[in-house]
Structures are given as structure tokens and as C-alpha cells.
Ligand binder design. Sequence first.
Ligand SMILES: [Ca+2]
Ligand SMILES: [Ca+2]
Ligand SMILES: [Ca+2]
Ligand SMILES: [Ca+2]
Length: 282
Amino acid sequence: MVDDGAPVISDVPANQYAQAQAGEGGFAILSIGTPTVTDACAPGLTATGTRSDGRALNAAWPSGTTTVTWSATDPCGNVSLAYTTVTVNPTNTMDFQVAWSGTGFSGSMSRSLSLTMFGGLGTQTRTATANASNGNAAFSVTDLPVDTYTCATIEDSARSLRRRVSVSDAGVNWSATGALVSGDIINDEVIDVLDWGAYVVRNANADLNGDGVINTTDGNLILANFGLRGDSVCGGSFTDPPAPRTEVSVSDLVAMGLPELAGADLNGDGWVDGRDMDMFQN
Ligand SMILES: [Ca+2]
Ligand SMILES: [Ca+2]
Ligand SMILES: [Ca+2]
Ligand SMILES: [Ca+2]
């Protein structure tokens, strides 16, 4: 047989960069394809791929860099080689979908969220800025350590109760979906007279639906959710939020560091309570 020169390997799969996938324990599942081989005297010649980790070509890829060596050998014994690397970052991503309770959302609003994500190895905490459209937001946390996540808490730090939700394996990423109960302006995980007072004195966080004004649409949401309490943190020991207050004295407000809420004592009797709420509503 005439030595016609070495095989030519073309269309070598590009180097790949991926993230470890949900539930795969630090591995990513992806297929990289195969190169094309041409050789003058050996039509149909193909390349064999050998992975540096010794696993099968279609096996999951471990964290770190794995090199695939493509090898094609023609009938004359000429060998050509090519290489593809697969680099897997040992992190997981969790995708969040969040909806705020309320009506009258207009356009977009930016909200700061507190997140915890609970897995078999421990708890991760993050903050995120969510840009919501019509009260709905989708965003991702991309830097989680590889773990099996089962639970997450989501909170609009200045406006909502904390919500605990289950986490599911959506394939490539983890997924968490939560509906936030609006109205916890004074952030103590209960919606009560303090939040109502904050609304009356036009606390900057009282625009619950993000429409740019603080009005009865926001106030009615507090009344609708009055007395509700937030969920405990995933995996943590449960601590009951305080019981909802239906009244608070002005002197207590001062002691609590909330003297500005005294402005909600509309009838001036030294208490913020149902009488003031009735007065404000009527
Ligand atoms: Ca809260
Ligand atoms: Ca509150
Ligand atoms: Ca509003
Ligand atoms: Ca009063």
C-alpha cells in the first residue's frame, strides 16, 4: 500500500466550558460530537476519542478539565491526533421565579431579596437584586457549591414575609418558585399595626406594588394580609415570629427605635391602634 500521508482530522469539536449540573454531584452531562477524518486511501476512516479520565466518551464529565484525544490511524500506520477539552466548573445554579402579592403593578420594579438555599452539606445565603415585571421576577444564583438542594427561602427584605419553598432538580439547574406575601414593611416577619403605621407615615418601602405611589392599593394589601406571619428558614431551628400586634403605644414605638410611626396615632391618644386605622380608612 502506498503511503499517502497522514489522515486529516477536521471539524474537531470545540473546547467546552460547562457548569456542574443539578443532582449530578459535580458532573456535567453533555455531548461534544465527533470530528471528521479524511484520508486518501481509507475512505470512511473515523477518529477514536480517548478521555484523560479513562471514562467512556459519553459518560458524565467531572469537575476540572478533561482532555479528549482524537486519534485516527490509516492502513499504512500513519497516525493523526487532535484534542478537545471539557472544563466543568464545580458550582450549581439555582433558577428562581418569584411573584409578589398585590395588584396595580406597573412596568418594572427593582427589589432586594434575601435568599437561603439548603442542601445536604449546609446552608448558603445570598442577596439578589430582582427586576420584576408586573410583580413577577426570574433570576438565577450561579455560584452555589455543588450540593443536593432541597429547600430555599425567599424574602423581599423590606416588604414581604419570608417564604420557604421546595427546590426541584430541573435538569441542568435547580429550580425554586415562590409567591411573596407583601406588607412586612417593618421587617419582623409579621404583618401588623407596625406595618400599617409605616404605610400611614409613608415609609419609603410602603410602595408595595412598585407603581411609584403609596396609596390605598398598598394599604389595602396590608389590611388583607394583616396577622400573617413568615415561614421559618430552611434547615434552621424554627423560631416563631412575634405575634401580630393590633396596637402599640407611642412610648413603645420610641423604645423600639420607630418614633416616626407615632405619626400614625391620628387621634393623638398615645396609641396606634384600630381607632386610628378606622379613622384613616374613613
Ligand atoms: Ca420580612
Ligand atoms: Ca412587620
Ligand atoms: Ca403603590
Ligand atoms: Ca391613636
